[in-house]
Ligand binder design. Structure first.
Ligand SMILES: Nc1nc2c(ncn2[C@@H]2O[C@H](COP(=O)(O)O[C@H]3[C@@H](O)[C@H](n4cnc5c(=O)[nH]c(N)nc54)O[C@@H]3COP(=O)(O)O)[C@@H](O)[C@H]2O)c(=O)[nH]1
Length: 699
């Protein structure tokens, strides 16, 4: 029961609770007040009746005293007959001192048998009368006054002597009806007061419940709308007001936390979709946007151009000018690209120096090419990086959706392949993707995979092409030339696989192997032949850039024991120009080891010859294109003569490569060229064959 009440109270509304509280309090107070009032009123009525009866008994006692003295019952009755006017008196008895009846008065409307003395008969003794009198006296105690009759017993005295007793019986009906009307009035007042209390409680409870309900409504609104900027209007500064303050402070805190969370989410969103360096969309966002554009283009039958842009020689900038400058360059490239692209185009940075662009609603291939040209033009103006003017170019590949592919991966791969072709064709160019490129690309990927295993599988070997003294005709050295004997594809020339090795990084291991093998072979010739010949090894641009060429050479010399002056390194002009400062340091380090350095393919690359006296160079190898044409073109002859003269003035030796005819040999000899290399005097051959030639020279 108690639990049910407690559960009801816990679950009932605060309005009802407050009303119950007020009603209960008011009800208890009213009931207690009414009860006190009724009890007091009843007591007043009874005590008034008692007093009245006591004084009536006293008067009657005095009036009948003489009648008792003179033993005149009739006179006593006459006196008592005056009671007929008092309707509430139903009987009066004058008793003698032994309690027997001296005289009696019984109202006409009363049955005598209902009165206690009348139940005695003639044979009753005075003791019986005394017993009834005692009983009446006992019942006249106020506690028993609410019975049918009310009685009063008083002594009859004369000169201080008790000569008898007077007993009065009064009817209680009138008294009871007075009491009843008092109780009814009290109940009426109680009901009215309860009604008033109810009405009052309905209004009073709102003082507490309304602000709480308002707060509850605001809470619900906040919870439904998730609008934490809402505030509850504080009704006052009592405890409920403080509750409002607490609630509003909590909302304020949630709002501030939400703001921080939103900012963090936006930041994360930004990180997830934008490149932090350039602020361009990243791969994820690019994919997303391109997919949407592809869906739209399919419905509207439009073309999309997907462009892959890669900076040429960006790694050199990073290596020589530092990563900070590289980052600056990427930022500036990104800004320039955004300037030339339309709002509906997207440019993204995939990472490193690779950018992708897609342009929607392309009318034709021609339009995509114009766009690529615009991008190439962006690189004509030098970039100003930390006060330095830097020239850089880029290579671009273009592919079209849906003509060339229908998935993002295919399109990006195609654009990458086309870009690779632009690079392979000399860089600073754009190429449109075609299906043949794909085949070449897959072949390239397959070759690269095979190349990684070629060394371990002993598929690589060296050939040696002899170099001859132009005047004596004696062999003075050899150039080590790598060959790849592919198990399925046959002999693969270095011109085909060296660029792949450079691209994949495999060139590092290959160069180490070539150096070691060539030095080892040269050491054998050095020890076995009476003619000391040098060995020339081609150094790739990659090895020069990696700055580990001096260490590699030092290891090879140490490992094989070849005297350093018998090792020559051949480098191309472009390798030196592109790396300038860095190349100068590396060449100086190499030179310190005691080796010689030759510039390969001289005359094809750069017009500036200033680098010649800055670098520690020993020889120039005139490019075979000049040698081939020197007997047919005066200008080529003039170039060859000029190169030889310049080299001599710089105290450099001159090697002529690609000498195929006697006429070329004669012209070179006449021009003062010291060393001859070419098919005329010796093709690339095996080490054994060189050994035989050396032996032949000795005999
Ligand atoms: N980084 C490395 N590069 C290397 C290595 N081995 C070779 N190479 C480079 O590959 C390019 C092609 O070389 P290859 O196919 O070996 O051709 C060489 C000669 O066979 C060819 N040659 C020599 N004489 C003649 C001639 O009279 N006619 C003619 N048509 N060709 C001739 O020239 C190539 C050597 O040229 P060069 O190096 O400029 O002296 C080539 O660029 C090699 O450098 C290697 O191990 N590492």
């Amino acid at each position: 029961m108690k639990r049910t009440i407690l559960t009801y109270l816990a679950n009932t509304s605060i309005r009802r609770k407050l009303m119950l509280l007020i009603m209960l309090t008011c009800g208890l107070v009213l009931m207690a007040t009414t009860l006190i009032f009724v009890v007091k009123e009843a007591n007043d009525i009874i005590s008034t009746q008692r007093k009245d009866l006591a004084s009536l008994a006293d008067i009657l006692g005095k009036n009948v005293a003489s009648s008792v003295t003179f033993n005149d019952p009739q006179s006593a009755l006459d006196t008592m007959l005056s009671l007929t006017v008092k309707t509430d008196i139903i009987a009066a008895y004058v008793l003698k001192t032994d309690a027997t009846i001296f005289s009696r008065y019984i109202a006409s409307n009363v049955k005598p048998k209902d009165l206690p003395f009348e139940q005695l008969d003639r044979n009753s003794s005075p003791a019986d009368y005394q017993k009834i009198l005692d009983q009446i006296q006992l019942n006249s105690n106020p506690l028993f006054q609410l019975s049918e009759r009310f009685s009063m017993v008083a002594p009859i005295q004369l000169d201080g002597q008790t000569i008898g007793t007077i007993v009065l019986f009064a009817d209680m009906h009138e008294l009871k009806s007075r009491l009843l009307s008092t109780i009814l009035s009290a109940i009426l007042v109680l009901s009215l007061a309860a009604g008033a209390a109810y009405l009052l409680s309905v209004r009073m409870q709102t003082i507490i419940s309304l602000p709480i309900l308002d707060l509850l409504n605001t809470m619900r609104l906040v919870s439904e709308t998730k609008d934490f900027s809402l505030r509850a209007d504080k009704p006052g500064s009592d405890e409920i007001g403080q509750l409002y303050d607490g609630f509003n402070e909590m909302l304020q805190e949630i709002e501030e936390r939400n703001l921080v969370l939103r900012q963090r989410q936006e930041h994360l969103q930004e990180l997830a979709h934008f490149d932090t360096l350039t602020r361009l969309p990243n791969r994820v966002l690019f994919h997303d946007r391109l997919q949407q554009a592809m869906n739209l283009a399919l419905r509207s039958e439009q073309l999309i151009a997907v462009i892959f842009l890669d900076l040429d020689r960006f790694k050199d900038i990073n290596d020589t000018l530092g990563h900070r400058t590289g980052d600056l360059l990427l930022q500036q490239v990104a800004s320039r690209m955004e300037l030339v692209l339309r709002d509906c185009d997207t440019v993204a940075r995939l990472g490193g120096d690779e950018f992708t662009i897609f342009a929607q609603n392309i009318r034709s291939q021609h339009y995509a090419c114009r766009m690529a040209q615009k991008l190439l033009d962006l690189f004509e103006i030098p970039y100003s990086l930390d006060g330095q003017q830097v020239f850089i170019t880029c290579s671009i590949g273009i592919t079209l959706f849906p003509d060339d592919g229908d998935t993002i991966d295919t399109l990006l791969m195609n654009a990458d392949i086309a870009m690779y072709h632009a690079k392979a064709d000399g860089k600073n160019a754009y190429r449109l993707y075609n299906k043949e490129m794909n085949q070449q690309a897959s072949e390239r990927v397959a070759l690269q995979a095979d190349l990684r295993k070629a060394l371990d599988l002993h598929q690589l070997h060296l050939m040696y092409q002899p170099k001859f003294d132009a005047q004596t005709g004696g062999m003075i050295g050899v150039e080590a030339l790598i060959r790849w004997q592919h198990p399925e594809r046959g002999l693969i020339p270095p011109a085909r696989f060296i660029p792949l090795a450079e691209e994949s990084g495999a060139i590092q291991a290959i160069t180490e192997w070539v150096l070691r093998t060539a030095c080892k072979q040269a050491k054998i010739w050095y020890e076995t032949s009476s003619f000391p010949i040098s060995v020339a090894v081609n150094l790739s641009a990659y090895s020069l850039k990696r700055n580990n060429a001096p260490i590699m050479v030092q290891h090879a010399l140490k490992e094989t024991g070849l005297p350093a002056h018998l090792l020559e390194l051949e480098l191309t002009e472009s390798m030196l120009i592109e790396n300038d400062q860095h190349a100068e340091e590396t060449l100086n380090d190499l030179k310190q080891l005691g080796i010689t350095i030759a510039i390969d393919d001289f005359g094809t690359g750069y017009s500036s010859l200033s680098y010649l006296h800055r670098f520690p160079i020993d020889a120039l190898k005139i490019d075979r294109s000049f040698v081939w044409n020197m007997n047919r073109s005066d200008s080529d002859l003039a170039i060859v003569v000029a190169i030889i003269a310049m080299a001599h003035s710089l105290k450099l030796k001159v090697v002529a490569e690609g000498v195929e005819t006697k006429a070329q040999l004669a012209a070179l000899q006449k021009s003062g060229c010291e060393i001859i290399q070419g098919y005329l005097l010796g093709r690339p051959t095996t080490a054994e064959d060189i050994t035989i030639q050396l032996k032949r020279m000795a005999s």
